[in-house]
Design a protein. Structure first.
Length: 136
């Protein structure tokens, strides 16, 4: 896509710090990192969301995320990781081109994932699970 920033990175029109690349995937450092080594694992094809991607592309994103995490472990010795994909503006997706965040975690970092929780009784949980599983 012409005006997609990640498509432009894939085409080499915008510089970035590449850490890994194969035929389908490019992984580069996030320009505004949550921690040292925060990497984005990006599909080269312009796909907007994870839920609309093929199992093949989703698997390639997962596989490359494992590869990148292994390298980050050796290079930067983090104590853990957060892996996440934001999907949709409401969920915080700023760049509408599928990417996995791989965020190495350190004891002195300043990352906070705080979320409220909804209270659902067992009947409600049962009904939700039924509605979802019917669609699979
Ligand atoms: P998201 O909110 O999940 O769409 O995340 C988009 C991420 O892309 C943000 O963490 C940005 O810092 C990052 N980002 C935006 N532009 C660039 C760029 N030119 N190079 C590297 N990372 C970028």
């Amino acid at each position: 896509m012409q005006d997609c920033i990640f498509c432009r990175i894939v085409k080499g029109e915008i510089p970035c710090h590449i850490v890994y690349e194969n035929r389908h995937i490019i992984a580069f450092l996030d320009i505004n990192p949550m921690t040292e080594g925060h990497t984005l694992v990006v599909s080269k094809a312009h796909i907007e969301s994870f839920s609309d991607s093929s199992i093949d592309i989703a698997s390639k994103i997962a596989e490359s995320s494992v590869t990148v995490a292994g390298a980050l472990k050796k290079a930067l010795k983090p104590e853990g990781f957060n892996y996440f994909i934001n999907e949709g503006k409401l969920a915080g997706q700023l760049v509408m081109h599928l990417h996995m965040h791989v965020v190495p975690r350190y004891s002195d970092d300043d990352v906070k994932f705080e979320a409220g929780r909804v209270e659902l009784d067992d009947e409600k949980m049962k009904a939700i699970a039924k509605r979802i599983s019917k669609e699979i």
